[in-house]
Design a protein around this ligand. Structure first.
Ligand code: HEM
Ligand SMILES: CC(C)=CCC/C(C)=C/CC/C(C)=C/COP(=O)(O)OP(=O)(O)O
Length: 305
C-alpha cells in the first residue's frame, strides 16, 4: 500500500510530460484548421443539418488520422528536423521521445481514425482518409519532399482533401462540388508554404531539402507565389459560377481576395523582408475566412428558404 501511494504521485509528472510530447507530434493547429474545412464540406453536402453521428464520428476519425499522419511525419523527418532551427526542438528530432514510442503513437492514431470511419461513417471516407494519410506521411514526406521542388504542389493534394472527406462522410459519394473546394486548398498551398519557405530559406538549404527558394532562387519563388495567388483567387470564384454559393459568399471572398493579393503583391515586389512571413500568417486567416464564408452563405440561403 505504502509503495502504491509513493509511486503514483512520483509517476504523475512523467505521465504528464509524456502526453505533452505525444500531443506535440500531432500538429494540432494545422489539424484544427483542416477539421474546420472538413466541417464546412460536411455542412455544404446537404441543405439542412447533416446527421450528427456522421459529423461527430467523421470529425473524430479524420482528426485522429490527420494527427497520426503528422506524427509519422515527425518520425520520418527526424534527421531533417534536427538540422532546421524551426523544427530542431521537436520531440523526436531532439531525441526526447524515442522513435518506437512515436511510431506506436502514430500507428495507434492512424488505425483508430481509419477504423472509426469505416465502422461508424462509411467505407469510402475511410478509404479516402487512408489515401490522404499515405499521401502525406509516405509519398510527400518520405519521397517528394526530398526529391523535387514541386513536392508541396503534388503533396498538396493530400492536404487539400479535408472538404472532400467531410462531404463524403455525409453523402457516401464523390461529387464535383467538394472537388472544387479541394481545388481552392490545392491552389492556396503554394502561396501558403512558399512564403514561409522564403523566410526559412537558409534552414531548408542547410537541411538539403530542395524547396523552391533553394533550387530556383527567391525572385522566382516570389513570382510563383504571385501567380498561384491569382489561381487561388480564381478558384474561390468557382462556387459562385456553378451556383453553389451566392452573393454573401462573393462579397466576403472579394474582400478576402483583395487582402490576400495585397500580401502576395508585397511578396512579389520583394522590397519588404517581412512580407513573406506576413503573407504566410495571413494565408491561414484567408483560408479560414473563405471556408467561413462558404458556411455562412450556405446557412443564410437555407434560412431564406
Ligand atoms: C502540402 C501542403 C502543406 C504544406 C507543405 C504546409 C506547410 C506548413 C509549414 C511548414 C508550416 C509551419 C509549421 C510549424 O512551424 O510548425 C505550416 C503551418 C500551418 N499550416 Fe500548412 N502546409 C500545408 C497545408 C496546409 C493545409 C491544407 C492547412 C489547413 C487546411 C494548413 C494549415 C496550417 C496552419 C494552421 C499552420 C500554422 C500552425 C501553427 O500556428 O503552429 N497547412 N504549414
Ligand atoms: C488524413 C489527412 C487529411 C492527412 C493530412 C495530414 C496533415 C497533418 C497534413 C499537413 C500538411 C503540412 C503541415 C505539411 C507540412 O509538412 P512539412 O514536413 O513540410 O512541414 P514541417 O517541416 O513543419 O514538418
Amino acid at each position: 500500500m505504502r509503495n502504491i501511494t509513493m509511486t503514483l504521485p512520483a509517476s504523475l509528472p512523467f505521465v504528464m510530460w509524456g502526453w505533452r510530447e505525444l500531443l506535440g507530434l500531432c500538429k494540432i493547429k494545422v489539424v484544427v484548421v483542416m477539421l474546420v474545412c472538413t466541417a464546412v464540406g460536411m455542412a455544404l453536402a446537404t441543405p439542412g443539418l447533416p446527421p450528427m453521428s456522421n459529423v461527430l464520428f467523421g470529425l473524430a476519425g479524420i482528426g485522429l488520422a490527420s494527427c497520426g499522419a503528422a506524427a509519422f511525419n515527425h518520425v520520418v523527418d527526424r534527421h531533417l528536423d534536427a538540422v532546421m532551427t524551426r523544427t530542431s526542438r521537436r520531440p523526436v528530432a531532439s531525441k526526447r521521445l524515442p522513435v518506437p514510442v512515436a511510431l506506436s503513437w502514430a500507428s495507434l492514431l492512424s488505425v483508430m481514425g481509419v477504423a472509426l470511419l469505416a465502422w461508424q461513417v462509411n467505407q469510402l471516407t475511410a478509404l479516402l482518409t487512408f489515401a490522404s494519410l499515405i499521401g502525406y506521411a509516405l509519398i510527400y514526406t518520405a519521397f517528394l519532399k526530398r526529391a523535387t521542388p514541386q513536392n508541396i504542389v503534388i503533396g498538396g493534394v493530400a492536404g487539400a482533401a479535408p472538404p472532400l472527406l467531410g462531404w463524403v462522410a455525409i453523402t457516401g459519394q464523390i461529387s464535383p462540388e467538394p472537388l472544387l473546394l479541394m481545388l481552392i486548398i490545392f491552389a492556396w498551398t503554394p502561396p501558403h508554404f512558399w512564403a514561409l519557405a522564403i523566410h526559412k530559406r537558409d534552414d531548408y538549404a542547410r537541411a538539403g531539402i530542395p524547396m523552391l527558394p533553394v533550387t530556383h532562387g527567391i525572385p522566382f519563388t516570389r513570382l510563383q507565389i504571385w501567380l498561384y495567388g491569382w489561381l487561388t483567387v480564381l478558384t474561390t470564384l468557382l462556387p459562385v459560377m456553378i451556383g453553389m454559393s451566392g452573393i454573401l459568399y462573393l462579397a466576403i471572398v472579394l474582400c478576402l481576395n483583395a487582402r490576400f493579393m495585397f500580401w502576395n503583391w508585397r511578396v512579389w515586389r520583394g522590397q519588404d523582408p517581412a512580407a513573406p512571413i506576413g503573407a504566410f500568417w495571413f494565408s491561414i486567416r484567408y483560408l479560414l475566412g473563405v471556408f467561413a464564408a462558404l458556411l455562412l452563405d450556405h446557412y443564410a440561403a437555407t434560412l431564406a428558404w
